[in-house]
Design a protein around this ligand. Structure first.
Ligand code: ADP
Length: 400
């Protein structure tokens, strides 16, 4: 039997999973190769399973066709656990690590899950209503499935706890920040992974002034000094900052007041508008998917891309002042890793800073993509949040 750690990343429309080898030495790095990995996608419509075994063989199937748009997350997780169990023969699951979006002010590192911790995490649901309930549903489904199996929560917010109080404060009356209405920041597991890779790519420069652009369906940027978070574009919720697939990013709060007062929209309608109908989808009127927009000739698709890049460059430039300058930009996540066009367009806005891309290298999608004499080094590094979760889970399992 090979001991393994199961990683679960349960989102609103997908559940991703991966099984990694567990090492008894807590300092041993988790091998990035997963024995079994995959995802259930299209939850809320017509769920589908995509999966690969240790040799990369495709295990995707239509077994989920029995489910439909009404199937709850809990039921799908239950099904997935049984499926993993039947396909993971020869592997023993020693523990499960979860991505949990919000750790609030109290969870500053990965934490072993107990009834008390879960209760506390439920209290944070109002801070991340679109994500936290799904993370918790997976945790509870596993507690029901195997009550003795240790589970660990790894938080998207934790990485940002190194930020100064100034970087976290909104200019609201003090009583609101005292109640926890502050900038938390998200995508911390991705930033932690990139921070851990920087020395390998940059040597001593990795301790310098770095901005990481996590550009996926959700998108944010993080300013790092000595590989620690100094500032980030997301705030109290994951709605702030950059334009995203369906989220508007930073928005004049007066717009929200206007929608409520003048258009008489309900709170839920405004919530849906800003979180699900805006961003690339709203501006293009076509899709939230950057790949589709890049292939479109529609002028509104082009404008959505232009706005995405313009706003990304603007946010990046504001982070430069939090670092008093800039040495390195790293692109990561779906768009950041795969779209040469978007990287080129964002960097073109930053030429005044001394950013000079090597267009040929940029098309290779990996490693250093700036010209040798570029004042600011630009890199593409593929992110791997699952490995960060597996590593933290392994450490906690050994410590306890
Ligand atoms: P999530 O936030 O859901 O994890 P990902 O990091 O997988 O998102 O990124 C999804 C985004 O990456 C989508 O907008 C998708 O179109 C974009 N993307 C993926 N591959 C490409 C590509 N080859 N060219 C342009 N965009 C791409």
């Amino acid at each position: 039997m090979t001991d393994t750690v199961l990683v679960i990343n349960a989102g609103s429309s997908s559940i991703k999973f991966a099984l990694y080898r567990f090492a008894l030495n807590k300092m041993a790095r988790i091998q990035t190769h997963a024995f079994l990995s995959g995802k259930i996608v299209n939850i809320g419509q017509c769920p589908k399973l995509y999966a690969l075994d240790a040799n990369g063989a495709d295990l995707s199937n239509n077994d989920l066709d029995v489910f439909n748009e009404k199937t709850a997350h809990e039921e799908l997780i239950q099904w997935l656990l049984d499926w993993i169990n039947s396909h993971a023969q020869g592997y023993k699951i020693k523990g499960v690590g979860h991505r949990v979006v919000h750790g609030g002010r109290d969870f500053l590192t990965a934490t072993k899950l107990t009834v008390n911790v879960v209760t506390h995490l439920k209290e944070l649901i109002p801070l991340a209503p679109l994500h936290q309930p799904h993370n918790l549903a997976a945790i509870e489904a596993i507690f029901n499935w195997a009550p003795e199996l240790p589970q660990v929560a790894c938080f998207d917010t934790s990485f940002h706890h190194t930020q100064s109080p100034l970087a976290q404060l909104f200019a609201l009356p003090r009583e609101y920040s005292d109640r926890g209405i502050i900038r938390y920041g998200f995508h911390g597991l991705s930033y932690q992974y990139i921070a851990s890779c920087l020395p390998e790519y940059l040597g001593t420069l990795s301790e310098g002034r770095v901005i990481v652009a996590h550009l996926g369906n959700g998108a944010s940027m993080c300013a790092l000094k000595q590989r620690k978070s100094v500032a980030t574009t997301m705030g109290f919720t994951a709605l702030d900052g950059l334009i995203m697939g369906q989220r508007c990013g930073s928005l004049d709060a007066g717009v929200v007041i206007h929608l409520l007062r003048h258009y008489k929209m309900s709170i839920d309608e405004v919530d849906h508008l800003l979180n699900n109908e805006s961003g690339l989808l709203g501006v293009s009127g076509i899709s939230n998917d950057m790949k589709i927009l890049e292939q479109s000739n529609d002028p509104q698709a082009k404008q959505a891309i232009d706005l995405f890049c313009y706003r990304a460059a603007r946010e990046l430039a504001s982070l430069v002042s939090t670092l008093n300058g800039l040495d390195v930009i790293v692109f990561t996540a779906g768009i950041g890793e795969k779209s040469a066009q978007i990287r080129e367009q964002i960097c073109a806005h930053l030429a005044w800073l001394g950013v000079a891309l090597d267009l040929k290298e940029n098309r290779q999608h990996n490693g250093v993509i700036s010209q040798v004499d570029s004042k600011i080094k630009v890199l593409v590094i593929p992110t791997n949040e699952e490995v960060v979760i597996a590593q933290a889970t392994q450490k906690i399992l050994i410590d306890h």
